[in-house]
Unconditional design. Structure first.
Length: 195
């Protein structure tokens, strides 16, 4: 399984830190090109590689950590996303309601990435908490996961666990995924699973 993070803002950088901390190889890309990420990749060590967008989309597992409206630019980098898992780690803060038109953001993402399996996760915590070690007291910080494809969701659950979080499945996107949408009851929840 290969991983990439697209987006190098607060969330993308926080996620790259978690991959590095746990020794999991990951590529990171943004719209400014790999040279703009060289310093971050150097700081985080050999498990984090600065990539071009075209190289980042070759990964099996692509984590979108861009502003929500920018996901269409990423989607336009390929015509077919079959066989890929797209992790929607984005939030829709500041997105006008008419853009969503009453739809869940992950449904919009799925429509933009034809053939991909979309999983909603890694979006509920503020970037500062997302970057910090997930162990808290005698437990681990919870990370919720929702998705429609059983294999893609299971792989996301495993990744979340490998990053040190305590994954909790929320079911399908139209069930649990909506709880992770802007204004949803699980957004910004810092919960810890003991044991």
């Amino acid at each position: 399984m290969t991983y990439s993070i697209i987006g190098s803002g607060n969330v993308g950088t926080a996620l790259a830190r978690q991959f590095a901390r746990n020794g999991i190889p990951v590529g990171i890309a943004n719209t400014r090109g790999p040279d703009s990420l060289a310093e971050l990749a150097s700081e985080l060590g050999s498990n984090v590689t600065a990539l071009s967008l075209q190289d980042a989309i070759k990964a099996d597992f692509i984590i979108l950590a861009v502003p929500f409206l920018a996901h269409t630019s990423v989607a336009s980098a390929a015509l077919n996303w079959a066989g890929k898992t797209i992790v929607d780690a984005m939030n829709t803060y500041g997105v006008p309601p008419e853009v969503l038109a009453g739809r869940a953001s992950s449904d919009i993402v799925a429509a933009a990435f034809p053939g991909a399996n979309v999983v909603k996760t890694l979006n509920q915590l503020p970037a500062k908490l997302l970057a910090s070690p997930p162990a808290e007291g005698s437990g681990r910080r919870v990370m919720f996961v929702a998705g429609n494809d059983a294999n893609a969701t299971a792989a996301a659950v495993q990744l979340v666990a490998d990053l040190g979080f305590a994954p909790i499945m929320l079911g399908k996107l139209n069930e649990g995924g909506v709880l992770l949408e802007k204004g949803g009851p699980l957004v910004l929840q810092n919960l810890v699973k003991l044991g």
